[in-house]
Design a protein around this ligand. Structure first.
Ligand SMILES: [Zn+2]
Length: 288
């Protein structure tokens, strides 16, 4: 079960890049804190560095690696951060660290998926949904592209925006004007779609005028299908049904996106982390 690393973990060592045959010696074992299993230890014959079978693996130095998978599932199943920590039996500090670790792995898995482009797509749906950080006076927008054929999320990016309507004045008075980064976020999502687009791609959106030029920028060969937005509950007659379905799932599966919640986002960056984690969960990437 345990295999030593194939190269020396010391970057300054000659066996780091090109290990000679028989470059390490076995040196006893240690027991992990989490399951008391004996893990073999080794010593590099050139630089003398000691290392174990876990050295350099993704969960190296983690005390509870077995909790990662459950944490990822709970955080994508409507459970709040605090309650996840309580269920799994870790501190909130540990949970925050594991959440970050999972988000980084989720992003890497999605980048790999886009780079491989094994199943290019000819049709995606795109839209934005709204939420906020800390206060309803600090709104955020989430740009989102979904591939209806698989239900996979192709790209998701958080953007800052200004309040519109009645609370707009109060928002400016209290927090000043915000940067509107919605265009950049939408563009970033379209660029991700471009990585796995088949020739003859169609992007379906609602009637928001800004999308036309953004799509032209990122996807010059794509066709743009414009649908009037529909009010009321999601139905399969809705031309953007698959996208709205994912939005509805996000509202129920990410506790911070529920309506009238007290576990709302505190920092936009953490919302992005949570969305990236959800993409990995939704698209079935193995990250934990
Ligand atoms: Zn070495």
């Amino acid at each position: 079960m345990f295999t030593p690393p194939t190269t020396c973990p010391n970057p300054a060592c000659k066996h780091h890049r090109a290990p000679a045959p028989d470059w390490y010696a076995k040196k006893g074992y240690y027991r992990t804190k989490f399951d008391r299993q004996p893990v073999p230890r080794y010593r590099c014959k050139a630089c003398g560095r000691y290392f174990g079978s876990h050295t350099g693996t993704a969960t190296y130095r983690q005390h509870k690696p077995k909790a990662n998978a459950l944490i990822a599932k709970l955080l994508c199943s409507g459970v709040t951060m605090r309650r996840t920590a309580e269920i799994v039996g870790v501190s909130r500090r540990t949970l925050a660290k594991k959440f970050q670790w999972l988000a980084v792995r989720a992003r890497a898995a999605h980048a790999e998926y886009l780079k491989r482009a094994a199943y290019p797509t000819s049709y995606v749906q795109f839209d934005e949904m709204e939420t906020y950080e800390r206060s309803k006076l600090l709104p955020l927008s989430i740009a989102l592209a979904v591939r209806p054929k698989t239900g996979y999320v192709m790209g998701v990016k958080v953007a800052e925006m200004n309040c519109h309507g009645r609370p707009a004045r109060a928002s400016v008075q209290r927090y000043g004007r915000r940067q509107d980064t919605r265009g950049a976020a939408a563009l970033a999502v379209f660029r991700e779609v471009a990585m796995i687009a088949k020739p003859g791609l169609t992007v379906a959106t609602d009637k928001k005028a800004a999308y036309k030029n953004l799509i032209k920028d990122a996807l010059p060969d794509a066709a743009h299908a414009v649908h009037p937005s529909r009010k009321g509950p999601a139905s399969s007659r809705d031309p953007l049904f698959h996208l709205n379905h994912i939005c509805a799932k996000l509202r129920s599966d990410l506790s911070r996106l529920s309506r009238r919640t007290w576990s709302a986002t505190k920092k936009a960056a953490c919302l992005q982390d949570h969305l990236d984690l959800y993409v990995a969960f939704n698209n079935n990437y193995a990250i934990a």
